[in-house]
Design a binder for this molecule. Structure first.
Ligand SMILES: Cc1cc2nc3c(=O)[nH]c(=O)nc-3n(C[C@H](O)[C@H](O)[C@H](O)COP(=O)(O)OP(=O)(O)OC[C@H]3O[C@@H](n4cnc5c(N)ncnc54)[C@H](O)[C@@H]3O)c2cc1C
Length: 464
């Protein structure tokens, strides 16, 4: 009998479940039908590419990797501009805003983050979540006389938006909570390095706990943002970006009785089944920004709203749906705990991190030692020999690597992946320090910055 798979959400999470199942549907004998329901009118968009489009590197249209027709041609009931109003988990169906009901054998909830922006009638105030937002921001950037921007948020998306505005000549202010940038990825000392580099590019940072108290406008368009009450400050802004970037979109799931965790995301088991009451529903899955993950180091639930996380979860869900349909229990697969490898280009400054920050470790009661070093990424006489600062964090008792952070201009992504594997393997500071590394002056140093950082963490002076 044909199995019906219904996916709510056409972001990276939903699309990757669909793509994986489409690619592997011939692994099972049963037929499968797919329905995707999403609010936007687009097909599959690489939202991660949008900040670079705003920087002017390419057109926004280029980020739409597949149009809806691409999926329709493969027999998928790909419904754009559609809203799901209710989940009936007892009856195995979902109800659309139009009243139509769609039955499923397997349901995948991939509803992402909340997309709302503060209530205002003024033009020029946006969130930055998807391609529609990017188009509105691009249009605003092209309005004559636009000179300044205010961004509320000190995470990756906020900083990437700031880099785009600054590159396009806007006087840009980033405002977020204290004490430093990118707090879920970087310790304050590393966050400050990113800040200093971005300040050199002309971006102003205000890192304090003042809230927005007014958004002022003229002739229907935003002109300034007021922050604070007693110590109020008015910041000129022709474009304002406000994000509720971290809030998972869980209303549908919560209303249907699905378990929501302490971080605000949907709780799943390691097979990505949602929780309801004391058990899990084995034909209802959730993934992506709407879910919480279990941190691999602290073993605490948290959010990790990244495309890279969604894609690994999608593989697990596809494995488990196919195993279920094909009755091949050997293929069932569990989701890894989350190491949160992160990399971002914030205006030419590259930041990377994996594992826990010192603060997250301390909150979880883990005592740490750390070592920080700065070195060139290749021999000084080679072109492109730029510096990289690396901070390694180890469990003080076991000396196992539990976190790594870096700021530089090159080799960041590969180092994040390498050190993620090292954390997963439980490598110690001594092992990392004494391990051979490859060398060629055009690509690497004889003694890499990793060795120096591990050496310093052990309280030993490195050889320069
Ligand atoms: C500008 C930007 C840059 C980023 N850069 C990176 C990066 O470089 N690397 C990285 O790893 N991550 C990055 N991220 C994060 C990454 O994009 C997200 O983690 C990822 O897109 C989450 O995908 P998702 O499908 O879970 O959620 P979303 O993209 O939010 O998709 C949710 C989907 O659910 C639909 N939906 C919700 N409710 C309903 C409903 N009731 N009915 C119908 N449809 C519904 C929405 O319409 C949408 O299609 C970036 C994010 C942004 C915004």
């Amino acid at each position: 009998m044909t199995k019906e798979v219904v996916i709510i959400g056409g972001g990276i999470a939903g699309i990757y479940v669909l793509r994986t199942l489409l690619a592997r549907k011939s692994d099972v004998e049963e037929e499968m039908d797919f329905t995707v329901l999403k609010r936007e009118e687009s097909g599959w968009v690489s939202v991660c590419g949008l900040p670079f489009a705003l920087r002017g590197w390419y057109e926004i249209d280029k980020t739409e990797i597949n149009k809806p027709q691409f999926f329709l041609d493969q027999g998928v009931d790909f419904r754009t501009e559609n809203e799901v109003a209710k989940l009936n988990l007892e009856e195995n169906n979902v109800v659309l805003k139009t009243g139509e009901e769609i039955n499923y054998d397997y349901l995948v909830i991939a509803t992402g983050r909340k997309q709302s922006v503060e209530e205002t009638e003024l033009g020029g105030v946006y969130t930055f979540h998807n391609e529609d937002d990017a188009r509105k921001i691009e249009a605003a950037l092209n309005v004559e006389g636009v000179k300044s921007a205010y961004i509320r948020g000190r995470g990756i998306i906020g900083l990437q938006a700031a880099a785009a505005f600054s590159t396009r000549g806007l006087k840009t202010t980033v405002h977020g909570g204290p004490p430093s940038l990118l707090p879920s990825s970087l310790d304050p000392d590393m966050g400050d390095m990113v800040k200093e580099r971005m300040e050199k590019a002309g971006i102003r940072f205000i890192l304090d706990s003042r809230e927005i108290t007014a958004i002022k406008g003229h002739e229907g368009r935003v002109k300034s943002v007021v922050i604070g009450e007693k110590e109020a400050e008015e910041i000129p802004a022709d474009i304002v970006i406000i994000g509720k970037w971290m809030l998972p979109e869980v209303d549908l799931a919560r209303d249907a009785g699905v378990g929501i965790g302490e971080s605000g995301g949907i709780v799943t088991d390691r097979a990505m089944h949602v929780k309801r009451g004391r058990g899990h529903i084995t034909n209802v899955y959730a993934l992506g920004d709407c879910t919480e993950v279990v941190d691999a180091i602290t073993h605490r639930p948290r959010l990790n709203q990244l495309a890279s996380t969604a894609v690994t979860q999608a593989t697990v869900i596809a494995d488990n749906i196919l195993s279920d349909i094909g009755e091949q229990s050997g293929l069932y697969s569990p989701c890894e705990f989350c190491f949160g490898p992160t990399v971002a280009d914030v205006g030419g400054v590259l930041m990377g991190s994996v594992g826990v920050t010192s603060e997250a470790a301390s909150r979880a009661g883990i005592k740490t030692i750390s070592g920080k070093a700065t070195k060139l990424v290749k021999a000084r006489y080679f072109p492109g020999a730029t510096p990289l600062t690396l901070k390694l964090i180890f469990d003080a008792y076991t000396k196992k690597l539990i976190g790594a952070q870096m700021v530089g201009e090159a080799t960041v992504a590969e180092r994040v992946n390498e050190l993620g594997v090292a954390i997963r393997a439980g490598i110690t500071a001594e092992e990392l320090r004494n391990m051979e590394r490859c060398y060629d002056p055009s690509q690497a140093l004889l003694v890499d910055v990793t060795i120096d950082a591990a050496t310093k963490a052990l309280g030993i002076t490195p050889v320069y």
